[in-house]
Write a protein that binds this ligand. Structure first.
Ligand code: NAP
Length: 544
């Protein structure tokens, strides 16, 4: 006889994973490995996450591909060859598909399925997730692997809908090759990492390019070209040792040519030599071990400004492309070997919006305070409602029906970057107050998913209590995040998406934990070893 009673909600599976990027794919694999039943939902038509949507020309990773990759499986490390030290978007997307096929998780994923709501039933101890198509699924554990930069910022410019020509967003660029900018007059708004990558590609084919820049960014060289086979062989020798070693570092990776000197300990000639070597070696922020301490950071900032100016022929353009208003690292630095050089082309023009702001978009182009620039196409490289945006895109309600929007009304709060008070058994990898975008996201995806499943296994081993962090743990963690941010030059003084400053009305709180990957990992696992003292363990729901 069945013990199931009518009207009692039953789970469809143990775990639901939303999102099929780096974290989502690995979470699906982990679930299966550990014997949990699992369903995945992905709003795109394929795996890839960020690397599915951001298909604009020039999109590539500026973290070395041999760091920005999975290391959980030796065969995957050994069987995938990166064609470039910093792979382009299509290659990373193919890699993620390759991993998903290898791990046999594609069968678990429902594609073109956007999850719109997640509701917790306290009595049953279960989450119910609903998709835009009306499907619902009930589970014990929900993992929202929805990324930190997956909710595009709506352009806050008057007249956006008036423009007569096509407008494209870097964050949702058509993947079918249908965009043809050949011979067109193109306006590009935004000069962050996406703008810096797309602008040189637009300039290759367009008749005229007008770049609308509000804030200049640091742009330094990036590694490119094939990897040294000896380095690849070394990485493949013992992938698990590499994986462990990444977790012992500050940034969750081990870039090549990392400087091992301290700026403060070098004389003037030594400092210059180290900077020149770093510039040629492509990762200037790694010139010194103390690159993010004020003295070294100031010298690095000055050095980059000088080098940037040297590249650009026109003195006015050179002066205006240089970020004078914030130190290196205050905003996410950009990398490119061709961006600055693009401004030496006669058909590429910089419009500095600090001097001549956009007044409105017209059917025929963009009007600034001094001129109307006629355009055929507008490209928006205007960024994202970062970190909390993707979370708010889902209507999440937890204990007592409290919404996540309410819980995060003053900015994100959580403990250890993954769990929120009042939302038991809900996990948010790659989200707020974790090393996220200031670390290697691939390493973070593996670390957080490992931690989440170690937590779930622990809970199951204890008779399935429900887990959520104590409010005081959240307060402590937020304070820790701000304490480390205060040490980082420019972190709390620069207007950036790190602190929500790019979205009008968004609470200003620095959202990235910069205490380092090693410390983060150790803090997570200390909780697990000590039986989760920073959390409340709610009694398991009564059966039936
Ligand atoms: P972003 O860094 O936020 O840049 C958006 C740009 O648009 C900024 O220059 C911003 O100016 C400008 N903007 C926004 N609204 C505007 C307005 N109303 N008028 C004029 N200008 C406006 O966004 P993103 O370039 O897409 O990059 C986001 C993040 O994605 C990066 O920081 C990085 O973490 C990641 N990413 C990584 C790579 C990679 O190579 N690994 C590549 C692309 C992106 P303000 O600065 O003045 O706000």
């Amino acid at each position: 006889m069945s013990t199931t009673q009518p009207n009692v909600i039953q789970p469809d599976c143990d775990v639901v994973v939303v999102g099929a990027g780096f974290a989502g794919i690995y979470a699906l694999w982990q679930a299966r490995q550990r014997g949990f039943s699992v369903r995945g939902f992905e709003r795109g038509s394929d795996v890839g996450g960020t690397w599915y949507w951001n298909a604009y020309p020039g999109a590539r990773c500026d973290v070395e591909s041999y760091n920005y990759a999975y290391f959980f499986d030796d065969d995957i490390v050994r069987d995938w060859d990166w064609s470039d030290a910093c792979a382009e978007q299509g290659e990373i997307k193919r890699y993620l598909r390759f991993v998903a096929e290898r791990c046999d998780v594609l069968r678990d994923i429902t594609f073109d399925a956007q999850v719109l709501a997640a509701r917790y039933d306290e009595a049953a101890g279960l989450w119910t997730l609903s998709t835009a198509a009306g499907e619902t699924v009930v589970c014990r554990y929900a993992i929202l692997a929805i990324g930190a930069l997956s909710d595009p910022k709506a352009p806050d410019i008057e007249g956006v809908d008036d423009f007569a020509g096509p407008a494209w967003f870097t964050s949702s660029w058509p993947r079918d090759g249908s965009v043809d900018l050949t011979g067109k007059r193109v306006g590009v708004i935004g000069t962050g990492s996406s703008g810096v990558q797309v602008i040189p590609e637009v300039a290759k084919v367009a008749a005229e390019v007008h770049v609308f820049q509000r804030t200049a960014n640091y742009v330094t060289p990036v590694r490119s070209g094939p990897m040294d086979p000896a380095v690849v062989a070394r990485l493949r020798e013992d992938p698990q040792a590499v994986r462990q070693a990444f977790r012992e570092t500050y940034g969750g990776h081990m870039p090549l040519d990392m400087g091992d000197e301290r700026f403060v300990e070098l004389d003037e000639a030594g400092r210059q030599r180290a900077l020149d070597r770093a510039w040629a070696g492509k990762y200037i922020d790694l010139a010194f071990k103390d690159a993010y301490l004020p003295e070294a950071n100031a010298a690095i900032s000055d050095y980059i400004r000088r080098k940037m100016q040297e590249v650009v022929d026109d003195p006015w353009t050179a002066e205006h492309l240089v970020p004078w208003d914030h130190p290196y690292g205050g905003k996410r630095p950009c990398m490119s070997n061709v961006y600055l050089q693009t401004y030496n082309l006669p058909h590429v023009h910089l419009v500095d919006l600090r001097e001549t702001p956009i007044e409105r978009i017209l059917p025929e182009g963009i009007r600034t305070s001094t001129q109307t620039i006629p355009l055929d196409v507008i490209v928006y490289a205007t960024g994202f409602d970062a970190i909390s945006g993707p979370v708010f895109a889902i209507d999440i309600s937890g204990l007592d029906g409290r919404s996540m929007k309410d819980a995060w009304a003053d900015g994100p709060k959580n403990y250890l970057g993954t769990m929120v008070h009042g939302f038991p058994n809900l996990f948010l990898p790659s989200s707020a107050l974790s090393p996220s975008v200031l670390a290697n996201m691939a390493t973070l995806a593996e670390q957080q998913v490992d931690f989440i499943f170690d937590t779930i296994e622990w809970l199951d081993g204890q008779g399935r209590p429900r887990l959520h962090p104590l409010p005081e743990s959240e307060e402590h963690w937020r304070a820790e995040t701000l304490r480390y941010a205060a040490r980082r030059p420019g972190a709390l003084t620069t207007k950036s998406w790190y602190s929500g400053a790019n979205i009008p009305g968004k609470p200003r709180i620095f959202m990235v934990y910069c205490g380092g990957f090693k410390r983060y990992n150790e803090t997570c696992y200390r909780e697990l070893e000590e039986g989760f003292p920073g959390y409340e363990l709610m009694a398991p729901p009564r059966p039936g």
